[in-house]
Structures are given as C-alpha cells and as structure tokens.
Design a protein around this ligand. Sequence first.
Ligand code: ZN
Length: 133
Amino acid sequence: MIQKIDHIGIAVKSLDDVLRFYEDALGIKCKGTEVVDEQHVKTAFLPLGDSEIELLESTSEDGPIAKFIEKNGEGIQHIALRVDDIEGALEEMKGKEIRLIDEKPRMGAGGARIAFLHPKSTHGVLLELCERK
Ligand code: ZN
C-alpha cells in the first residue's frame, strides 16, 4: 500500500531565504513553486532522488504553517508517504482505528491528492498520505 517517502514538508518563514540555503549551499535545485490557497501556503519543490523536499511558507498569519512556526519554530512539519490508492488507504486506516485529520482526500500541491493522519495516532509525526497519478 505505501510505496515510498514522497516528500518531507518543512515549514519556513521565508522561501527566498531558505531556497538560497538549499540551492546555493546544498546545490539542490528548486523545480518550481506553487500557491495552494486552501492550505494558505506557498510551496517550493526540490526533487532529490526518488523523493522531494517541500518547503512551505505561510501565505496568511493564521494558516497551519504560521501556527506551526509560532509553536515550534522552523523545521520539519510533516512526512508524506506515497500511496497508490488514497481512498483505500484511508478506509484501511479507519478500520485500524487510526485518527484521521482528513476523512476524505483533498487537493495538495503538484496535483496530488492528500490526507493527513493525526499525530496522536502516529506517535507524534504528522503523516500525509499522498497519491499522484
Ligand atoms: Zn506535503
């Protein structure tokens, strides 16, 4: 069911500042950016081998990324696991009594369909299930 780590989501204050670090210091190139209004984020994708680093900057003061940074500072916000069938995966999680943040998939960046599992059920990690066609 779960195929690989699709991406690691990192909350940042300023995409421009942080991209300078990833591109100039680490030499990892940004493939593009996208605003996802529904989640109040601007995202930058940095493919790395078979996975990606996803940098997330909040586009509003009370969006989930702004709240995360307020509480924890910049850092890893979520880990996304690639699944081939997100509805099936959510059904399976429900059957195993895993707490879901999203009962139904929603649209994420890059045309992915995503759903989050609650950190209370995952030993402290915000896990995203992510299906890409
Ligand atoms: Zn993500």
